[in-house]
Design a protein around this ligand. Structure first.
Ligand code: GDP
Length: 544
């Protein structure tokens, strides 16, 4: 299939792409915005002669923009020290898809929230006094100006990112200061999102272990009557409530998504939340949040897209991994395709899954099909350099991410050993194959974050259903991916074709409530924009 689909579901227009290339190569004087690997982005004015020098060693073409919006429509605030976090203002130059526009209301809410984080964050008198209050074992008597939400970090990187984004939205909605547990390299992977303060919970914080048996677990306190939704004096309440939304939560824990319980929770100065899920769709069930959510996110499917682009900026080391790989393997390509193959160490290599990936990418028009193997492949362009220089030739770079190398090796071999039916060049690469998930290993975490981010810089994405790693990539990219669905027994099912275009950019909330708070309606039918997910049928996701 020759026609391609764009990020917005329209046919991919090779004509327009070629036109853009022609424009870039012929306009006499071009303003080229080029991000160096370090330092501030610089503006270079280059001549047509320099612009004509296209090749694998010349990275100017993919960065060429007359303008780029380094602040993502006001989502980011200017004035951060650029040296301490190169990615924050450079990332826009690496994205072809500029992404969705944030609402003005979201932008102003973020500025107000940044001020709150500064006023009440670690190092302030307000923070010290709130910690003393916590140590006293009693909740603050009257409603204090500074209230806090601590987000516990655990599980894989995708889970941790979704949990932190969810906690941030809850903090925004309830005017709480968000503090993120710094465990699992959260401080080494992400730059600080809020200016002139830190979002990392100081190690001096008095409480660290939270789980099902924590006496202050909200569901437990509701179940045993320690807390009731009828009015209670704030000072008679415990010093904090622990919100447990892990796999073993009870129905009482899920009262968190109900109005009366949100009223009760608002009386606590300190909340601690432990989840590995994207709980955002559940927040849309709370009536008192709905109006605010509508104003913040008129496009429901762009919630994580905005939160993710606001919060998660790779630190300089990770940005180095991303930009070096990008320049070597993606920069020259006219089409960049990301394929996430989420496999587990115990799963054997699956020719069936490989076949599914191949059929999905070729039949959906993401990659060209192959010429019959018996036909001679003599007339086609065979190197990336030639592809980049031959007029009208098309070239694709594929980045595969996986814990295993096998799928990459097979695809790379396939496009090397066979010519493509239309003469396009396809170059396949994989940044790493770590074999299994490591815990507490910095280099492993760095690679995982770099790879999620690299997937998010592509033009088209294929992901593996149920994977939070893929959800983060699609959200940051602002792309609806083609999803490879697995059946319960782990084999790829063919019921719905080889892959399916996702309903929205949004991640799926895996362990979502099944019913509304009165237990009368299926949770996929309570509010218009929250539906069950295709990859996890009991889960919930936001759609437009
Ligand atoms: P999920 O388990 O698919 O939902 O994704 P998570 O990111 O939460 O957890 C999987 C973890 O396994 C990642 O964070 C990485 O540590 C590791 N991992 C899985 N797939 C890949 C991959 O393609 N590349 C790298 N570098 N690590 C991976």
């Amino acid at each position: 299939m020759n026609g391609m689909l764009t990020a917005h579901g329209k046919r991919w227009n090779w004509g327009a792409s070629a036109l853009l290339t022609a424009f870039v190569m012929t306009v006499p004087t071009l303003v080229i915005l080029l991000g160096g690997s370090t330092g501030t982005p610089v503006v270079w004015v280059r001549t047509a002669m320099a612009g004509l020098r296209q090749g694998p060693d010349d990275f100017s073409f993919p960065y060429t923009r007359t303008t780029h919006d380094r602040l993502h429509g006001g989502l980011l605030v200017a004035g951060f020290d650029q040296e301490s976090c190169h990615s924050r203002y450079q990332s826009a130059m690496y994205r072809r898809n500029p992404g969705r526009q944030p609402s003005e209301y979201l932008v102003s809410k973020l500025r107000r929230h940044e001020a709150l984080q500064r006023r009440c964050g670690p190092g302030t008198a307000a923070y010290s006094s709130a910690v003393e209050q916590l140590k006293s074992g009693k909740n603050a008597a009257s409603s204090p100006e500074c209230r806090y939400l601590v987000s516990v970090s655990y599980r894989g990187l995708g889970n941790r990112i979704l949990a932190a984004a969810s906690a941030f939205l809850y903090a925004l909605l309830t005017d709480r200061v968000l503090l993120v547990d710094p465990s699992n390299e959260m401080g080494e992977l992400f730059c600080e999102p809020f200016p002139d303060t830190t979002w990392l919970l100081p190690w001096s914080f008095p409480l660290w272990n939270f789980g099902f048996d924590t006496p202050e677990r909200y569901g437990k306190m509701r179940e045993n009557g320690v807390l009731r939704t009828s009015p209670v004096a704030a000072a008679e309440m415990p010093a904090f409530a622990y919100i447990h939304l892990d796999y073993n939560h009870t129905d009482y824990d899920q009262l968190f998504f109900c109005d009366d319980d949100q009223r009760l929770l608002s009386s606590f100065q300190w909340l601690v939340m432990r989840t590995d899920s994207y709980i955002v769709p559940g927040l849309f069930f709370v009536k008192s949040f709905q109006e605010e959510l509508d104003m913040l996110f008129p496009e429901r499917e762009a919630v994580f897209h905005h939160l993710g682009r606001y919060l998660f900026h790779p630190t300089n080391h990770v940005w180095g991994l991303i930009t070096r790989y990008y320049r070597a393997n993606l920069a020259w390509a006219q089409r960049r395709v990301g394929i996430q193959v989420r496999v587990f160490p115990w799963e054997p290599e699956s020719p069936e899954l490989l076949d599914r990936i191949t059929k999905c990418t070729q039949e959906e028009g993401l990659l060209p099909g192959l010429m019959g193997t018996e036909e001679p492949a003599v007339t086609v362009t065979t190197t990336a350099a030639a592809a980049a220089t031959a007029p009208g030739a098309k070239s694709s770079a594929v980045v595969i991410t996986s814990l295993k190398a096998w799928y990459y090796e097979q695809m790379k071999g396939m496009y090397w050993e066979n010519a493509t039916a239309n003469g396009e060049v396809v170059v396949v690469n994989q940044p790493s194959h770590e074999e299994y998930q490591h815990y507490g290993v910095k280099s492993h975490e760095y690679k995982a974050w770099a790879e999620i981010y690299l997937l998010s810089l592509t033009d088209m994405l294929v992901t593996t259903g149920k994977s939070t790693f893929g959800y983060v990539a699609q959200g940051l990219a602002g792309l609806r991916p083609w999803v490879l669905l697995k059946q319960a027994n782990g084999t790829a099912g063919h019921r719905h074709g080889w892959c399916r275009r996702d309903l929205s950019l949004e991640p799926c909330f895996h362990i979502a409530p099944s019913y509304d708070c009165k237990r009368r309606h299926d949770s996929g039918e309570i509010v218009p924009h929250v539906r069950h997910c295709e990859d996890v049928p009991t889960g919930l996701k936001l759609v437009d």
